[in-house]
Design a protein around this ligand. Structure first.
Ligand SMILES: NC(=O)c1ccc[n+]([C@@H]2O[C@H](COP(=O)([O-])OP(=O)(O)OC[C@H]3O[C@@H](n4cnc5c(N)ncnc54)[C@H](O)[C@@H]3O)[C@@H](O)[C@H]2O)c1
Length: 305
């Protein structure tokens, strides 16, 4: 499994995964349509085994057979982007995933960036066998794509917790990144459904999890795994309180309901049993983000390289 293609590899998670795999001596090719530009990849040029291709997975996957493994990240990511672009979400997240699956040879490993987002709002503890209840365009399209991917034997589905932390390509719609920004720049965080529980993972641990799946593919293929750690199940209020350890700001508990209703506790027993546990805490991420926001405003047009 030495030659790896990362679709959507110029994004928030992809850049971090690409760097980690290159540091472990994999050949890494990023395929991305550069929706957010190619700048976050520039620092990877120091690795001889790195290559990037500007292409759209909807219509340009011809060279796909050259790779031992494909990490499939390309898509419209997150609740706000999918609500704003439902047609693209269907075409890219679902239809392009189906085309990709049909184009692959049986011996090519496919690792899919799935999500815990579709576990719904029951507040109960969910494992991989729990009933899913997608409540948004994002959740619906990600679940459909996961089903397509898991129909083939040589696939691994990683249902990721919500990622946080600094990356060369930031995502500011992610809860911890967003709350920390608002606490630091606006002096207040407004909480909708402050009791609602979510689950989180640092972007470096998310990258480690893909590396873990590549290295343990013989044991993991055919399987779905919640990707995160039991210590990282937090309510929105608990996240705000964790940020409060580092700076003073106002927490406003609003009566308005969140349109992105999600409330669950996730069990990570399955992936923990395989030997994967995230190392970084919410506090590690908040500290890092506060250092980032001191000198860089991700809401501006510039990117960190
Ligand atoms: N970040 C999270 O919290 C999280 C959690 C669970 C799952 N995921 C999944 O992980 C994947 C990556 O997430 P991210 O946070 O890095 O998102 P991102 O939006 O930062 O990255 C997505 C990348 O896909 C590329 N892309 C979009 N459409 C494309 C197309 N048609 N052809 C080629 N490239 C295309 C974009 O240019 C971008 O670089 C997504 O599939 C997302 O659903 C993310």
């Amino acid at each position: 499994m030495r030659k790896v293609l990362i679709t959507g590899g110029a994004g928030y998670k992809g850049v971090k995964i690409a760097k980690l795999l290159l540091e472990h001596d994999f050949h890494v090719t990023v395929l991305d349509n550069f929706m957010y530009g190619p700048d976050p990849l520039v620092h990877l040029l120091e690795f001889d085994k790195f290559e990037a291709v500007k292409a759209d997975i909807r219509n340009n996957i011809e060279g796909i057979h050259a790779y031992d493994a494909i990490i499939h990240l390309a898509g419209i990511s997150g609740y706000p982007a999918c609500e704003a672009n439902p047609h693209s979400a269907q075409l890219i997240n679902v239809d392009a995933t189906r085309n990709l699956v049909q184009a692959l040879a049986k011996d090519q490993l496919l690792i899919y960036a799935s999500t815990t987002s579709f576990y719904g709002k029951s507040g109960e503890c969910c494992d991989e066998s729990s009933q899913v209840e997608p409540v948004s365009m994002y959740g619906i399209t990600k679940f459909q794509a996961e089903q397509i991917i898991m129909e083939r034997e040589n696939s691994i589905g990683l249902r990721f917790a919500t990622v946080f932390g600094a990356s060369p390509k930031m995502r500011m719609d992610l809860m911890i990144n967003d709350f920390t920004y608002k606490a630091c720049k606006e002096g207040m965080v407004v909480l909708f459904d402050s009791y609602a529980k979510r689950t989180f993972i640092h972007v470096d641990d998310a990258a480690e999890c893909y590396l873990f799946a590549l290295k343990n593919c013989d044991r993991m293929k055919g399987g779905l795994f919640n990707a995160g750690g039991d210590a990282l199940n937090y309510s929105k209020l608990e996240i705000a309180e964790a940020i409060k350890k580092y700076l003073d700001f106002k927490i406003i508990d609003s009566d308005i309901k969140d349109r992105d209703v999600r409330h669950f506790i996730i069990s990570f027993d399955k992936i923990t049993g395989m030997g994967f546990t995230p190392k970084k805490s919410v506090e590690d991420g908040v500290e890092e983000l506060l250092r980032l926001y001191k000198f860089y405003d991700p809401h501006s047009h510039f990117r960190v390289i």
